[in-house]
Design a protein around this ligand. Sequence first.
Ligand SMILES: [Zn+2]
Length: 137
Amino acid sequence: MGLVATEPGSENGPSTDSIEHQQILEQRREELEERLNGYRQQLANPERQKVSMGDTAIDGGTISDIQLQNSITSDQLALNQVNIALKKSEDGTYGVCEDCDEPIPQDRLDAQPDARYCVYCLTAREKNGGDPPTTLV
Ligand SMILES: [Zn+2]
């Protein structure tokens, strides 16, 4: 198992789908990096810190450190996912479930180009607190 991948660029390319997904992922990576830079700049901005000193007196448009940190954390996680997916498309394992080695359905990848697991394995992981499920007895 696992030798399903075709050389990219060989014989007119197997399908354009994964290339499209890769473009979406690269675009998303740029967006996320840009946004993360913006958040970090805001966090380092002394004017903003002055505003958040007066506890709840936060002007419209200014968000608190906690909100910023949360945004950074979630964007960082999203960026990691995107990077993993891009790495996989380089390796030729893109679109294959990491747990069961089955291909992830196209419509799932369309909805979530950085999906790492098929729906079945994802559900199993969620039930197992994010870890790969132990062998079913
Ligand atoms: Zn799976």
